[in-house]
Design a protein around this ligand. Sequence first.
Ligand code: FES
Length: 621
Amino acid sequence: MPESPLEERFIKVEPLGKVLANRDGESLLDILKSAMISIPSGCGGRLKCGKCRVIVEWSSYPLSSPTDDEKALLGDLIHSGHRLACALNVEGSAVIRIPSEWQNSGVTILTGALALRKTPAKPGVKSFPLKLSESSGSADEMERISNAIGKACRASHFVADSFSVKKLSDILRSGETRLCAALRQERELVGIYAGGDCRIYGAAFDIGTTTVVGCLVDLEDGDEKAVASRLNPQIRYGDDVISRISYCKRHKEGTLKLSRFIIECLNEMLAEMAASAGTETERIVDAVVVGNTVMHHLLLGFDTWSLSLAPYRPIITEAQDLKARDIGLKVSSSAYVHLLPLKAAFVGSDTIACTIAASIHRKKSHCLLLDIGTNGEIVLGNASSTYCCSTAAGPAFEGGHIRHGIKAMPGAIDRVSVDPITWEAKVSTIGNLPAIGICGSGVISAASALIKAGIVTAGGSFIDSRGDEKLRAGRDGTEFLLVPASRSGTGHDIVMTHRDIAEVQMAKAAIHAGAMVLWEKAGRPRIRRIYLAGAGGNAIEPCDAEAIGLIPDIGSPAVVPVGNAAARGAYLALVNSSIRKEATRVARKMQYVELSGLPLFQEMFFSCLPFNAGDGSEDYR
Ligand code: FES
C-alpha cells in the first residue's frame, strides 16, 4: 500500500502526481473534471461510450464491482485494472493512472483555411493620432478631445462610455498630450492610449464543439499577427452538443459553468495571442465570434434546452453587437464583439461564415459545401439561391462511437491502406508515433481501404475470413486487425469492427442524403465544385470520401478541401465590416431545410447506405 499523502480521503492521479480530495457521492469523472483534469468522456458520463477509462492502481477499500454495462464497454481491459471514471465512486482513497494514450492529448487543430476568399481591410474600428492643444476655451476635457478628434478625422461628434472617459482622465492626469483614439464607425470611442503608438488589433474566433481557433489581426492592414487554438474546455462535459445540452439540463449551474469555461478559454487565447504579437489585450478593440448555435448560446449564457426539443428554436438568430466586457472578454474595456447571425438550431453562424468564405452566394455556378463534423452542415447554392441543412451524422468522422476512435492527436492513425492480396494493413499516424487509435480521417481511410481491398462489401459486411487471422471474431462482431498489439502505442490491438463500419455507413449516408435533398430542392442543378470544410473535411482525402460514397456524384464536380472555412469567415467579417452586413443578408436569404421527418430524406438515407451509393443516387437524377 503506498504511503498516504493525505490523512483524509484522497485520489492520487498519476502520472500527474496530483492529489485530489475524494468527495462523497461524486463520480471519479466529476472529481477529475472539477480539478480540470481532462480525459475523454464522449457520452458526458452516461456510461455509453467507454472512453473515460482510468487504471486503478490501488484503493484503500475494495471497489464496487463493475456493472454489466461497464464490463461490456471495457471488454478485456477490465482484467488489467481499467475502470470507467463516470461509473466509479471510490470509497476511501485510491491511486489511479490516466492511460498513456490520453496523456499526450494535444489534439491536432486545424487553424488555416485554403483556397478561400480574400478581402481588402476595411475595419469597423480605426485609430487616429491626436495632439491635444491647451485647454483654454474648452468647456471640459471631453470638448478638448472632441476638438482634437475633429481635426484628426471626419467625426464632428463622438460618444464615449464611462470606461473610456475614465481611461481618458487617467491619461490626462499624466500630462500626456499625444494620444491615440480608436473610433468605431468614426463615432464611438472604443480605445484611448497615451503616446504615439496607434496600432490596434481585432480578434476572430471560431468556437467549435471540439476545438476553438482564434487569430489576432492588425486592423490597419488586416495582417494576421498571431493564431491560437485550444480544445474546447466544455469537452469534459460531453463530446457533442447534445451531451452538453443534456449536462446543462441535469445540472442547475450547468449553463453558467459551460459559459464560464468558454469565456476563460477565449481570454487565455487572447492573452496568448497578444503576448505573441508583442502587444497587450487592451489594444484589442474589435472581435468577431462564430460557432454552431449551441456554442453561440453557451457563450452568451443562454439556455440551450429549446435547441434539443421540437420545434428546435434558437433564442435569437439575428447578428449581435455586444460590449465585449458584458460577456467577460478581456479586451479594451469599451470594445464590442460581433456575433454573426445564426440560421437555425443546428445551422449556426459557423455555417454562415463558411458560406461567406467560400463565396457560394456570389457564384454563378452551383457549389456544395460539406462541413464535416459531428453535425454535417451542408450548403448548396449560387448567387440566386442558397439552401442549407444539418444532418445528425454522428461523431464517427471525428473518431467518436468507433471502438478505437480518438481525436486527431499525436499517434492517431490518419491514413490506412490494405494490400488486396495479403490483407496487410499499412497505417500512417499523426506525428509518426506508434498508433494509439484512429481519428476521423483514419476511420474514413480505413473503411475506404477495406472496401478497395474487397474485404468489406458494398453492403457493409466483412467477407469470409478465408482462414486469415487478421479478420476474426471480436466482441462487436467481426473485426479487422489494423495494428497488432506488438506495434501499437497502447500495447493492445487496434481494429476496425463491423460496428465501426456500420457507424461510417450511417454517417456518410446522412451527409450524402442531406446533400441530395438540397440538390432536389434546388432543382437538380449541375454542381461545379464541392468544398470539404472543417477539421474533418480538410483531413479527408477526396478519393477516400468518394470510395465510401460520402460525396454525391452530381455533375462530376471538383472536390476541394478548404480547411477551417468558418474561422476564415470570422476573419473576413473582422477585417471588413461590410461583410457583417453581407452575412446578415446571406442568413436571411438562405433557405433552411429541416430534414427530420422529411420522407425524401428517409428515402435517400436508406438508398445511400451502401458503399456504392453513387449508383444508388442515380435514381434521383
Ligand atoms: S462511458 Fe464514461 S463518459 Fe462515456
